[in-house]
Design a protein around this ligand. Sequence first.
Ligand code: NAP
Length: 243
Amino acid sequence: MRTVVISGGGTGIGLATAERFAADGDRVVLIGRRRQVLDAAVARLGELASAVVADLAEPVDVERVAAEIGSVDVLVNAAGGNALLDAPDDGPDGVAGVAWHWLANFRANTLTTALLTEAMRDRIADGGRVLLISSIAAYRGSGSGSYGASKAALHPYASDLAAALGPRGITVNVIAPGYIEDTEFFRGKLSAEREQTLIAQSHTGRAGVPADVAETAHWLASPAAAHVTAQIIQVNGGAERGR
Ligand SMILES: NC(=O)c1ccc[n+]([C@@H]2O[C@H](COP(=O)([O-])OP(=O)(O)OC[C@H]3O[C@@H](n4cnc5c(N)ncnc54)[C@H](OP(=O)(O)O)[C@@H]3O)[C@@H](O)[C@H]2O)c1
């Protein structure tokens, strides 16, 4: 039985990924900041699931989590999101506001992934898998610059990590989804018009679903993908090519 650690595993893409691995009999460990959300996810997943509460942008939390979890076979870094969607109404504006959202997105996406991965690095089993979740925004932006940039930073990190861990048979890959429905990502703020625009950008004419990403993660973690490493797999129905 493999141990699969999934940051952001309480909701959306992370939860779908946990469901996919648990369906195969893997042990899944979910990480997130909200205890209630994680408890509900564990109840849904059954006895193969457990959860640890942590803010993965905080080094102290990450060190505690790594010690608590111990070893891992598959590490899926799904925690993240566009911090601008959580910006307080009375937050700073002007250049101070720019500093706020660039730093907030760096913490939410780049730091959560780098800190957890580095903390677990020596605890990943030989032949293991590391997956990083980027975004189509790393290629074509999403309006603010800072969210896409915080995801794009993961791409060279994956290359370096793949080179370092390759001799141990560990692969490191990035999945860059396009618009995925049924997640908490948009905080309920996605207008119907914007959603139609995102769907229209795809060649498949539909929104992505969390299972699209979960199945890709599951394949990348399988023996069939043992020679696939340092790659960025785009799961967006062709939307990155633009329309
Ligand atoms: N949905 C899309 O259209 C889309 C497209 C491209 C890429 N993505 C990426 O896919 C990943 C999964 O997002 P999602 O779409 O499934 O949205 P989601 O439902 O909002 O999931 C994000 C998860 O990350 C956790 N999280 C966020 N910050 C964290 C932190 N500092 N420490 C620990 N956990 C943290 C959240 O839980 P807590 O709030 O409880 O911590 C939540 O469970 C994200 O990296 C997102 O950027 C999403």
